[in-house]
Each structure stands twice: as structure tokens, then as C-alpha cells.
Design a protein around this ligand. Structure first.
Ligand code: DGT
Ligand code: CA
Ligand code: CA
Ligand code: ZN
Length: 583
């Protein structure tokens, strides 16, 4: 069998894991891990690079690793890996990736209890056998059980943050072909879902063959899964699967509508079509007569735009982000769809980090970058003192930073307004990381959960409520603290949180980072329905991340959020007025 880049990266990764469990030198472990990372990120096929003799020119690939790559390319196997597998049971690799385990504990369970599979580990934890081991306890045993449950929920879907740039690049490449008349992303990626099963691309053309040919021979294709006249599928080197469909321009509207989905939205659309005397599928919206036979009138049957499909059914055009059968069909029929927020409505960013804590750029550099992006106001919100790993600010450093923010603000004149802020930790015991008299000296205080995320519902809710009720706290950052794919959202009483946020005029954030997208759409929708103020911020730790805003906007749109619900759409005067409104 011939191995793809991804297969070889996986093998090196597993070698590194097994070496680590065995207790090998960390440098040796890292050499395999880094090689795996390099290969995973490669935009070209390793086979081609090897044939050009270029393997050792790659980062972290020396003679030893290069020889192993050659071996895998020639034989489809790696002897070194087979020998490791004979020594270290492979199930331990899965065990070491459970949240709360790691290589040392995996080895401990193996040597002490002869555990070599996740199922055995789960049984041992449920029987209370892990807690008795040295260095363990009931708490770590509990954490491992939760980690195993989280593992079973992982689905192998890609983050939209990884999938969207890859999908756009492919679409752009195909649209350069003279045969391509019209092109669009479809499926879940067009609907803006947080995670993507596969990427769906649609292109209109009279000549599909050259487009299909280019698609299956793109440089970043690992495998061709199908190559037909109207549909082809490939797996990219990154592991992402992409489906391409090519169709006549005259059928564009029905095809795009069908392949955008969701399935549930499509089902309802078809029902409505039938009520109007049509049969709807990806090819056409065809009139049916009383006997339910399709009338042979091709001209009438085709829709070259989605707008025409919805209009023919007496509906408003439904933005893709809403197409989840969560009320949009009924609203579109009643012509009562919301006026969804757009990127162009956003004129401030109230959450970002700088070199003062764990960001990569200075206050001045972030300000310049935000001027280019059209913001009138930004808040500089570095981490607070208890977040040691993120270089959180002591009170002295926080106040020194606030001085610098005000100095830069003065220098910037009316090009942009800077707010001196903080992203203050809501500590595990529920207290806030800075006292009120310090908070009183800042312009914008965010409070966020970063630790103690596994606490029970009552405790988490209480911590959030404490922060929401503090008069200096103006916003809760990434309220559910979820992070894809490793961290589930916290367990909180969201009704209570939303009620309190509304009552205290504390903003709830929609964090735009594609690994967070927090609040999630369902909660954002509940919040705005209850009159809670929302914000869409990037939480940028470097300049490029300021462009993650689009993900936050799609996420908000999926939550039916309108311009009026979001403080980042306010004018400078309105924002300032609101900020001066309290202590
Ligand atoms: P994903 O890929 O899991 O993130 O989710 P989708 O929504 O992209 O699903 P996918 O790629 O399987 O199919 C793309 C769209 O095509 C889907 O949203 C609706 C449409 N579709 C696929 N299969 C069917 C079907 O059997 N019936 C109908 N009505 N529509 C379908
Ligand atoms: Ca899809
Ligand atoms: Ca698909
Ligand atoms: Zn944070």
C-alpha cells in the first residue's frame, strides 16, 4: 500500500508516543514528533520531494528520519515502528492521549495493572482501582473518566478555522480555469458551522473534464477517492476531504440550494415545493400537475439562482447560516427573517493581547493594525496575575501598562481610541483576580474562566454570576470556555447567567477564534432574545488573528444575531457613553 504524507506523519507521531511511554530520551522523542509536524504541514507530496532528493532540506528532517521516509515510500512499512509495537502495546498510545493521563501514567497503569486498552482503563477507573496507585487519587481518577467520555465524543471533524482557508484556496485555483463560469462553497462550510465533516465545492461549467482533472491533480491531494464527469472527491494531505460537483449554469440555484443543506432545511423546502405544485431536487424546480406527474417544461423548471428558488416558493431568501431548520423556514414564509449582522457593521475590537502578557505584538503595533482594519476603538486586555503560564500582569505591571495604553492613545490622536483594560481571571474559588480599587482605574474590564473548568454546575454558575454582578466587569470573555477539540464547555445554568447579564448590563462575548466560537450560536440566540448585550471580539494574540473576526460574525449570524445586539457596531460616542455609565 502506498502511504500518504498524513499516514507517514501518523506513524512518526506514534513512534514518538511509544518512545515516550517507554521512557526514552526526550530529544529522541521530539525528533520524531517534530518530523511528524513538518510532514503534516507540507503542501507537497513527500514522494515527489524524495524523488528530487530534497528530504533532508526539510525542517527537522535529518538523515535518520529521511532514511525512514525512504523506507516507508518503498515498502509501505517502517520496521522501526513494527519493532516498537512489539514492545509497547499500541492501545497505550490512545491511553496517553486521554486528557489527564500522559505517557508516565500510561506506563504506570500498564506496569502496575497490566492495562493496555482504553476500555480496560475505564473499567479500572470505575472499579476505583486507579485511585490506589501512587501519585493518583479519587480526583485524578474522576478526571480520567471524564477524559474517556470526552474522547468518545470526538468525531474527527475539522475546525472551520483550518477548513475554510483550504477550501477558499482550492475554489480560487479552480476558478482560474477558463471553463469555470461560477463557483461557490456549499455544505456545512457555507453554513458557517464550527466544524466541518467534508468540504463541498460547486462549479458551473459546460466542460467539466478539465476542471475535474485540475482538481484531482492539485499539489496538496493525498488520495483521489473518486473521479467522475460530474462529481469527484479527494483527500488532502491535511486529511481534509473535499467533494467537487460541476453542473450547468442553468441549474445553479437548485444545485447550490440542495448542496448547501442542511438536510433538515432541504426536507422542509421540498415539502413547501410540493404544496406549491413543484417537485424540488438538485436539478430543477419542476412543476407537477394534479396527477403528480412532472410537466415536461424544461424552461420553466430551471432556477439559475437561489433567490429564484426561494421566490418561487413565496419565501424570503434565507442566508446559509440560518439553514438548520430552527425556525428559518417559517420566518422566511412570513417574511420575518432577521437582518443579520455583517462584518462591515463591526467598528471596534474589545479583546486582544500584547507582549505585556502572551501576545506577540506591542500595544502600538496592535493599534496600527486595527486602524487598517477600520476600527474606531480597541481595548487592550492582557491576562491577569493568577494566570502565570500566560505571563499575567501583577497590579504594578497592569497600572504601568495602562499608562502606556493612554500614552499611545494620545499619540494616535483621532485615528483610533485605545481603552486600557484587562482580561481578568475568575479564580477557581470564585473571587476576581484584582480588587475593585484597581479595576476602577481601568476603562474596560473583561472577566473570564480559565481554570477550575471541571467544577460542578452550581460552582461554575456562581463564579460567572459573581463576575457579572461586579460593577466594574463590563464583559464575560468566552463564557463557556470551550476549545475545540480538547475542551468541552463548562457546565453552567445558562438561564441564570443570561438573566443576570441582562439585569446588570454585562456583555457576553462571542469569541471569534475558530477554536472557541463561544458563545455558541444556540446560546447567543437565547442571550439576544433575552435582551443581553453581545460583543464579537477576536481575542487576538498576534496581528493576523485580528482577521478571525469573520468567524465570529458567521457564528453570531448562526445565532440570529442582528447589528443592534452587538456593542462592536456602536459609534465611538455611543460606546463611550455606555462605558461612562457606571462607576
Ligand atoms: P458535514 O460535511 O458533515 O460537515 O455536513 P454537510 O451539511 O456539508 O453534509 P454533506 O457534505 O454530507 O452534504 C452536503 C449537503 O448536501 C447537505 O448539507 C445536504 C445535501 N445532501 C446530502 N445528502 C443528501 C440527501 O440524501 N438528501 C438531501 N435532501 N440532501 C442531501
Ligand atoms: Ca460537507
Ligand atoms: Ca460532502
Ligand atoms: Zn481568555
Amino acid at each position: 500500500m502506498s502511504l500518504s504524507n498524513r499516514d507517514m506523519a501518523d506513524i512518526f507521531e506514534r513512534c514518538a508516543d511509544m518512545l515516550q511511554i517507554r521512557g526514552d530520551n526526550i530529544h529522541r522523542v521530539l525528533s520524531y514528533r517534530r518530523a511528524a509536524e513538518t510532514i503534516r504541514a507540507l503542501p507537497r507530496d513527500l514522494r515527489v520531494i524524495a524523488s528530487e532528493g530534497g528530504l533532508t532540506e526539510l525542517k527537522y528532517i535529518g538523515k535518520t528520519i529521511a532514511a525512514k521516509i525512504d523506507e516507508m515510500l518503498e515498502t509501505g512499512e517502517l520496521d522501526f515502528y513494527q519493532r516498537l509495537r512489539a514492545e509497547v502495546p499500541e492501545g497505550l498510545v490512545d491511553i496517553m492521549h486521554i486528557n489527564g493521563v500522559g505517557p508516565k501514567k500510561a506506563k504506570l497503569f500498564w506496569k502496575q495493572l497490566n492495562i493496555t486498552t482504553v476500555a480496560q482503563l475505564q473499567a479500572a477507573a470505575q472499579a476505583g482501582e486507579l485511585a490506589a496507585l501512587s501519585g493518583m487519587g479519587t480526583k485524578s481518577q474522576q478526571k480520567i473518566l471524564a477524559g474517556i467520555e470526552a474522547l468518545s465524543r470526538q468525531t474527527g471533524r475539522a475546525s472551520i478555522g483550518d477548513a475554510l482557508p483550504a477550501a477558499k484556496a482550492i475554489l480560487a485555483q479552480l476558478m482560474q480555469l477558463p471553463e469555470a463560469q461560477q463557483g461557490e462553497l456549499a455544505g456545512s462550510i457555507r453554513r458557517g458551522r464550527e466544524t466541518i465533516g467534508d468540504v463541498d465545492i460547486l462549479i458551473a461549467s459546460d466542460k467539466a473534464a478539465p476542471i475535474m482533472q485540475r482538481f484531482v491533480t492539485m499539489e496538496n491531494v493525498a488520495r483521489v477517492l473518486g473521479h467522475g464527469p460530474s462529481k469527484s472527491s479527494v483527500e488532502l494531505l491535511s486529511g481534509l476531504q473535499v467533494d467537487l460537483r460541476v453542473l450547468e449554469k442553468a441549474r445553479w440555484g437548485t444545485a447550490l440550494n440542495y448542496f448547501t443543506g442542511s438536510l433538515a432545511h432541504n426536507v422542509k423546502m421540498r415539502q413547501i415545493a410540493l404544496e406549491h405544485g413543484y417537485s424540488l431536487n438538485e436539478h430543477a424546480l419542476s412543476p407537477v400537475d394534479a396527477t403528480k406527474a412532472i410537466i415536461e417544461d424544461a424552461e420553466k423548471a430551471l432556477c439559475d439562482s437561489e433567490e429564484k428558488v426561494y421566490a418561487a416558493l413565496g419565501m424570503q431568501y434565507v442566508p446559509p447560516e440560518l439553514r438548520e431548520d430552527s425556525g428559518e423556514i417559517e420566518a422566511a414564509r412570513a417574511h420575518e427573517l432577521p437582518q443579520l449582522i455583517t462584518r462591515a457593521d463591526i467598528v471596534s475590537d474589545l479583546h486582544m493581547h500584547t507582549t505585556w502578557s502572551d501576545g506577540k505584538q506591542s500595544i502600538r503595533e496592535m493599534a496600527e493594525a486595527c486602524i487598517q482594519r477600520g476600527h474606531h476603538t480597541i481595548a487592550i486586555t492582557d491576562h491577569s496575575r493568577s494566570l502565570g503560564i500566560a505571563n499575567g500582569l501583577s497590579i504594578e505591571r497592569l497600572l504601568a501598562q495602562a499608562d502606556e495604553v493612554r500614552q499611545v492613545n494620545a499619540e494616535m490622536g483621532d485615528r483610533i481610541e485605545l481603552l486600557a483594560g484587562t482580561e481578568m481571571d475568575i479564580k477557581a474559588d470564585g473571587s476576581l483576580d484584582y480588587p475593585d480599587e484597581v479595576l476602577a482605574q481601568l476603562d474596560f474590564v473583561i472577566a473570564s474562566l480559565h481554570s477550575g473548568l471541571g467544577q460542578g454546575r452550581e460552582q461554575i454558575t456562581q463564579r460567572l454570576l459573581n463576575a457579572i454582578r461586579n460593577p466594574y466587569v463590563r464583559m464575560i470573555g468566552h463564557p463557556s470556555a470551550r476549545q475545540y477539540p480538547n475542551r468541552e464547555e463548562v457546565d453552567a445554568d445558562w438561564d441564570a447567567v443570561i438573566t443576570a447579564a441582562q439585569e446588570h448590563e454585562t456583555v457576553l462575548e462571542i469569541n471569534a477564534n475558530p477554536l472557541r466560537l463561544d458563545l455558541k450560536p444556540e446560546l447567543a440566540r437565547l442571550a439576544k432574545d433575552s435582551g443581553v448585550l453581545l460583543a464579537i471580539n477576536t481575542d487576538a494574540h498576534r496581528i493576523e488573528q485580528l482577521d478571525l473576526l469573520d468567524f465570529g460574525v458567521s457564528n453570531a449570524r448562526r445565532g440570529w444575531v442582528e447589528t443592534r445586539h452587538v456593542v462592536n457596531t456602536w459609534s465611538s460616542e455611543q460606546l463611550r457613553q455606555w462605558l461612562s455609565n457606571r462607576p
